[in-house]
Write a protein that binds this ligand. Sequence first.
Ligand code: AMP
Ligand code: ZN
Ligand code: FE
Ligand code: FE
Length: 289
Amino acid sequence: MAEMENERTKHIDHANTPRADLHLHTTYSDGVLSPDALVHRVRAAGLSVVSITDHDNVGAIEEAIEAGKSVGVEIVPGVELSVALNEKDIHLLAYFFDYTNQKLRDYLAFFRYERLKRAERIVQKLNDINISLKMDAVLDQAGIGSVGRPHIASALLEEGLIGTYHEAFMKYIGVGAPAYEKKYQLSPLEATQLIAQAGGLTFLAHPGKYTTELELSTLIQAGVDGIEVVHPSHNETRQEFYRGVVHQYFLLECGGSDFHGGRKNDDQVLGAYTVPLQVVEDMRTRLFS
Ligand code: AMP
Ligand code: ZN
Ligand code: FE
Ligand code: FE
């Protein structure tokens, strides 16, 4: 009974306190919604501060800031980068950098070009095993966004070449599958330096998906400023574990829903994976004091 009361109180607090979601995707990468549409959705979900963290792309930020002004949502500049650590694909989230920084923009443009070449290699590999996907179908899915495997999965589904979105990864384009191809990736140190020279902070994204403790410590040594604690792939136990690591190493935390606008059947995550605004204040304090 007492527990039920607690749950209810927690729920009410949660609904009334301003919250932030620092992990969102738009049409500038593999999300389905435009920055404007996404900002309206997050407003409707009751969020006050958000960061759009498109893969290798900062194109959504200005549009989102404009939309945010009209509906009263604050936008923190963000991006999601991929780095390689011992052959593993690790995702990093970056915040509060100068998104007009030319060196950063040049690198992002290069990563997007490399993504396009990699998508072509994946399509070729699919064709080699008699999966008749055309590159145009992938480009239709990607539109203006950084091309990624989610677009290839959606194209395979659209063309009726697979039965479900996840089947694409299991049978064809996941790690170890016959049409898998690596992306061009920086090292963790190169990535944290690229973000630092643009004035931002770097976080390890959703470590629960793949990161061992040794990898965690290597990443911290490479200059990662914090860890994404709240994410749909982390249960309560994992959240507590990563929060402990954050405190132990004087790091920062971040968190969010990783919402892709429904592409990954993720409609229910928006508003359900949030952090208090203090998390954003702690980032500001680390940067500007
Ligand atoms: P890319 O950056 O092109 O390598 O695509 C990576 C994205 O593909 C990740 O952010 C996930 O959204 C998605 N992804 C990777 N592996 C899987 C999987 N096994 N099942 C579903 N989605 C996946
Ligand atoms: Zn994504
Ligand atoms: Fe990610
Ligand atoms: Fe993401």
